[in-house]
Design a protein. Structure first.
Length: 207
């Protein structure tokens, strides 16, 4: 006989929604829901309002595609940043990881993923055209390819390098202090910072 473990339909519905989050199993989802039930109503309201406001009012920066409270993010709008250097990253978490090193003072470009035929992700699914447009319009002198040291990351690096080969700028790659196969966001700040400082010209990888 199959018994329903939940005594409340509302509890089950909340657990089901939390369990949809990445890395959250049903046991963890139940623990989170029960925690919320123990909180004051006003605290739960603040939590719910913050999620709703995030979803309804967040922007993606028109220039770099980073998360922002405005149409142009605070990094792109900061005149003290190096305006002629763009660090190309896979996602927003990578921007946060590099910013935490305090070793980079240029701009960013968030691709929104990397080329992965197995997952059905091609160049047209990423913000490649936007990157080329920025190189044309913004007087960019250096592109730093800061993608994860995986086969998919290297494939994407090579595609970008060939896409920008005809432009007068240097293209560099993170020093391989980042181990092969490592995801950028999980690399410690010291290693990642050194990889940025000691970046190498991209074309030397193939020599």
């Amino acid at each position: 006989m199959n018994y329903n473990q939940y005594t409340s339909r509302l509890l089950e519905k909340a657990v089901n929604e939390f369990a949809k989050l990445p890395g959250i199993g049903r046991k963890t989802a139940l623990r989170l829901v029960l925690h919320l039930l123990r909180q004051k109503s006003e605290d739960v309201d603040l939590f719910a309002d913050s999620i709703r406001t995030l979803r309804e009012e967040i922007f993606h920066c028109k220039k770099c595609h980073n998360i922002s409270d405005h149409e142009i993010c605070s990094i792109c709008a900061n005149p003290t940043r190096e305006q002629d250097t763009i660090c190309v990253v896979e996602n927003i978490r990578d921007v946060m990881a590099i910013e935490a090193t305090q070793q980079f003072n240029g701009l960013y470009h968030v691709l929104g993923g990397i080329i992965s035929p197995m997952d059905g992700i091609g160049p047209t699914d990423l913000t490649m055209d936007s990157l080329v447009s920025r190189v044309k319009a913004e007087g960019i002198k250096e592109i730093i390819l800061a993608l994860s040291a995986t086969m998919e990351g290297d494939t994407t690096n090579l595609f970008i390098y060939r896409k920008l080969a005809d432009y007068d700028l240097s293209i560099s790659n993170l020093a391989r202090g980042v181990a092969i196969g490592d995801e950028l966001e999980y690399t410690d700040e010291i290693t990642l910072g050194r990889s940025i400082l000691h970046r190498t010209p991209f074309q030397t990888i193939f020599k």
